[in-house]
Design a protein around this ligand. Structure first.
Ligand code: NDP
Length: 249
C-alpha cells in the first residue's frame, strides 16, 4: 500500500498530457484527485472515467488558470469535496513562441497569468488547507534556462519565474513542514510538443541532442511528481529537478 493512499490532491490542467498522466498516477496510488481543465471537456471526462473504472476517485473542475478567482475557487471546492488537501500540482501551462517585435501586451499578460500567477494563487489557496507533510509541485520547463532557438522569450520568462516562486514558497511554508519543488521537464510526448510540430516556428531537431535518444513520456514526469508527493521525499524542498533525458547536458 502506497503511503499516498487516502490523501487528496489538486492537479491544474489535468485533462491532457502531463497533467492527465499525473492525475491518473496519483489516483492509482490511492489519492483522491480534483483536476482543472479549460477547453478539453471530453478529455477531462475520459480521465475521470479511466480513474473510476479502476476504483479511484477523481473530480474534473472547469477553471481557467488565468482567472484568479476561478483558480482559488477550484482549490476551495476540492478541499471541501475531500475534506482535506495534501498535494497541489501546478501543471497547467501554455507555450507561446513569438518574434520579439511582434510580442503584444495581451500575450505577455496571458502567459504570465497562466504559467506564473495561477501557480502563486493556487499555492496561496492551497496553503489554507495543507498541513505538515503537504506538498506543492510546480511544473516548469528547461525552457527557463535553455534557449537553443529564437522566440523563446515569453515562455522562458514565464518558466524562469517559477524558480523564484518555488524557492520563496519553500521558505514561507517550510516551518509548517510543507515542501515546495519545481520539476523542469525536457521534451515530453504531449500535444504541446506536437503543437510546435516539425515545421513549427520554434522547431529545431531536438531528438539528436537528447542523451537518451528519445523524448520522455508524461508517465515519467507523473512518477516524479508521485515521488515528490511521498513521505520519502520529505527532506527535498526548494529544489529544481530536471527530467530532460540529458538534453541540456
Ligand atoms: P498540453 O498542452 O498537452 O496540456 C496542457 C494542459 O493544461 C491541458 O490539460 C489544458 O487543459 C491545461 N490548460 C492550459 N491552459 C489552461 C488554463 N488557462 N486553465 C486551465 N487549464 C489549462 O501540455 P503538457 O502536458 O505538455 O504540459 C504540461 C506542463 O508541462 C506545462 O506547464 C508545460 O509548460 C510543461 N512542460 C511541457 C513540456 C513538453 O515537452 N510537453 C516540456 C517542459 C515543460 P485544456 O485542454 O482543457 O484547456
Amino acid at each position: 500500500m502506497s503511503n499516498l493512499a487516502g490523501k487528496a490532491a489538486v492537479v491544474t490542467g489535468g485533462s491532457r498530457g502531463i497533467g492527465a498522466a499525473t492525475t491518473i498516477r496519483l489516483a492509482d496510488a490511492g489519492v483522491r484527485v480534483a483536476f482543472t481543465y479549460l477547453n478539453s471537456a471530453e478529455e477531462a471526462g475520459k480521465v475521470v472515467r479511466q480513474i473510476e473504472s479502476r476504483g479511484g476517485r477523481a473530480v474534473a473542475i472547469r477553471a481557467d488558470a488565468a482567472d484568479p478567482a476561478a483558480q482559488a475557487a477550484a482549490i476551495d471546492s476540492a478541499a471541501a469535496e475531500f475534506g482535506r488537501l495534501d498535494i497541489l500540482v501546478n501543471n497547467a501551462g501554455i507555450l507561446m513562441g513569438e518574434e520579439l517585435p511582434k510580442i503584444t501586451l495581451e500575450q505577455i499578460d496571458r502567459i504570465l497569468a497562466v504559467n506564473v500567477r495561477a501557480a502563486l494563487i493556487g499555492a496561496q489557496a492551497a496553503a489554507k488547507y495543507l498541513r505538515a507533510g503537504g506538498r506543492i509541485i510546480n511544473i516548469g520547463s528547461i525552457g527557463a534556462r535553455w534557449f537553443p532557438q529564437p522566440m523563446g522569450t515569453l515562455y522562458g520568462m514565464s518558466k524562469s519565474a517559477l524558480c523564484g516562486l518555488t524557492k520563496g514558497l519553500a521558505r514561507d511554508l517550510g516551518e509548517y513542514g510543507i515542501t515546495v519543488n519545481l520539476i523542469e521537464p525536457g521534451p515530453i510526448e504531449t500535444d504541446m510538443l506536437d503543437a510546435d510540430g516539425a515545421d513549427g516556428p520554434m522547431d529545431i531537431p531536438l531528438l539528436p541532442l537528447v542523451a537518451l535518444g528519445r523524448f520522455g513520456s508524461p508517465a515519467e514526469i507523473a512518477s516524479l511528481v508521485a515521488h515528490l508527493s511521498s513521505e520519502e521525499a520529505g527532506f527535498i524542498t526548494g529544489a529544481t529537478i530536471t527530467a530532460d533525458g540529458g538534453l541540456t547536458l
